[in-house]
Design a binder for this molecule. Structure first.
Ligand code: XMP
Length: 498
């Protein structure tokens, strides 16, 4: 019986064990559609998520990845309040409405207006009678009175026909309205006609354009946020702050207490619920039965993970993806392949094996937008990257890494966390500085598109179906990488100097 366990064990494989086989293709890489459903209701324009890790995803990186068409998962190794604030920053990233509006009373003088405008560097002020906006006054209105009429009152010279706009209006609607009424600024009001901000044509026109950005139902950048497996409070707070996806962040989501509690979380949030991590079809069945809108696959493939070594647990990633995808595909639930991706070709392989989306840690760590400072060693630039189960992550921040691994933090007499009471499942280190997220994503998506061209897949759902694999040997891997030369120019999508 024991012998059977060993003899009958399946082979399991990962990215390097396979290559995709080229198919007859009418598809040009430049024409492929990389959009994909991340949950039943949420669409991404590129199949990439950034990992919920404290050296990867805070608001800066989440904004950058959303602009490219993907989504970031804000990590939870910070207080609930700080994490909520990070979600809000993403949601307000494109908010060009000035919220701290400086207003003036109708009985103020031109001199007061002039002083206020100079001190606050503004060129127009809403005129308020209590809560009601009754006019607007601009630099142009006051200019003729500056020399000889500085005591003139605002109400005598203000424009009293105020064109307002509601918060729901799109930038295009705002522009149309401003042009129609020949005004430069529009006060923004809420449903009770209360002034909430001011919008200028200049700011609308200067707004950065990101045509491929991933947007939520609210029209703002998509953002996901991680919560602990039993942290209902945090899940609800993140949901209320506008997170589009709540991601239950756990090293073993097939722990049945986690599965059961997911139902409670699901009942209490509007956002979609993504759950992970898992690596088997049985886990997929249980999580789907308990309400998961998306499944995250990956036990131990990550570049900073030691779970497979410390606990001897895991399933090589390509097999894990395929096993989960067989169940998830039937149920119409998207699969996120989390961890272990080193090159753009791995994204294509993950999708070929049944994933809809990949989650990246190390490939996005070390970017300009990832948290942490640059360090220079031997003339090269690096940024810190650490596992959430590493000693540093479990005892640093808010200790959010510890319950991911079902461990409890214990404080010593000095109030410091006791390192000796933790069993880490991750390591800490640095990765090479990679420049902007947009540049990294350009290369990753470019590689994926090339792969889809080779496979003859015009879109991601077709790629999942038509991709064919060959199993390769260690000589095949050796042949796949550049060989028999000394690389002199580093390529942006094939780092050689780590
Ligand atoms: P990559 O390979 O992209 O992997 O760097 C990122 C993913 O690894 C997981 N993760 C961990 N797994 N110990 C683990 O066993 C850890 O300390 C750890 N930290 C992160 C996580 O799923 C992440 O998205």
């Amino acid at each position: 019986m024991f012998r059977d366990k060993i003899q009958n064990a399946r082979h399991a494989y990962t990215y390097d064990d396979f290559l995709l086989v080229p198919n007859a293709s009418w598809v040009e890489a430049k024409d492929v559609d990389t959009s994909v459903n991340l949950t039943k209701d949420i669409k991404l324009n590129i199949p990439i998520m950034s990992a919920a890790m404290d050296t990867v995803t805070e608001s800066d990186l989440a904004i950058a990845i959303a602009r490219e068409g993907g989504v970031g998962v804000i990590h939870r190794n910070i207080t609930q309040e700080a994490q909520v604030e990070e979600v809000r920053k993403v949601k307000n990233a494109e908010d060009i409405t000035v919220r701290d509006v400086i207003t003036i009373s109708p009985d103020s003088s031109v001199a007061t207006v002039q002083e206020l405008m100079e001190n606050e560097s503004v060129s127009g002020l809403p005129v308020m009678d209590g809560e009601e906006i009754i006019g607007i006054i601009s630099k142009r209105d006051v200019r003729p009175y500056l020399k000889n009429g500085s005591k003139t009152l605002v109400k005598e010279i203000m424009t009293s026909e105020v064109v307002t706009i509601t918060e729901k209006a799109s930038p295009e609607e705002a522009l149309d309205l401003a042009y129609e009424h020949k005004v430069e600024r529009l006060p923004v009001v809420d449903e009770n006609k209360k002034l909430v901000g001011i919008l200028t044509i200049k700011d609308i026109l200067n707004q950065d354009q990101h045509p491929n950005a991933a947007l939520g139902k609210d029209g703002k950048y998509l953002v996901a946020a991680a919560c602990g497996p039993f942290d209902l409070d945090r899940a609800m707070a993140l949901d209320q702050a506008g997170a589009d996806i709540i991601s239950i962040d756990c090293a073993h989501a097939h722990n049945m207490n986690v599965v059961k509690f997911a139902e409670t979380i699901k009942e209490n949030i509007d956002a979609d619920l993504c759950m992970g991590n898992i690596a088997t079809r049985e886990a997929a069945e249980d999580l789907i039965a308990h309400g998961a809108d998306g499944l995250k696959v990956g036990i131990g493939p990550g570049s900073i993970c030691t779970t497979r070594i410390v606990a001897g647990i895991g399933v090589p990633q390509l097999t894990a993806i395929a096993d989960v995808a067989d169940v998830a595909d039937d149920a119409g639930i998207p699969v996120i392949a989390d961890g272990g991706l080193r090159y753009s070709g791995d994204i294509a392989k993950a999708i070929g094996a049944g994933a809809d989306v990949v989650m990246l840690g190390s490939l996005l760590a070390g970017t300009y937008e990832s948290p942490g400072d640059l360090v220079t060693m031997n003339g090269r630039k690096y940024k810190q990257y650490r596992g959430m189960g590493s000693m540093g992550a479990m005892t640093g921040g808010s200790g959010g890494g510890a319950d991911r691994y079902f461990q409890e933090l214990e404080k010593g007499n000095s109030g410091q966390m006791k390192h000796s009471k933790l069993v880490p499942e991750g390591v800490e280190g640095v990765v090479q500085y990679k420049g902007r997220v947009s540049e990294v994503v350009f290369q990753l998506v470019g590689g994926l598109k090339a792969s889809m061209g080779y496979c003859g897949a015009p879109d991601i759902p077709t790629m999942k179906k038509v991709a064919r694999f060959v199993k390769i040997s260690s000589s095949g891997i050796k042949e796949s990488h550049p060989h028999d030369l000394l690389i002199t120019n580093e390529s942006p999508n094939y780092p050689t100097l780590d």
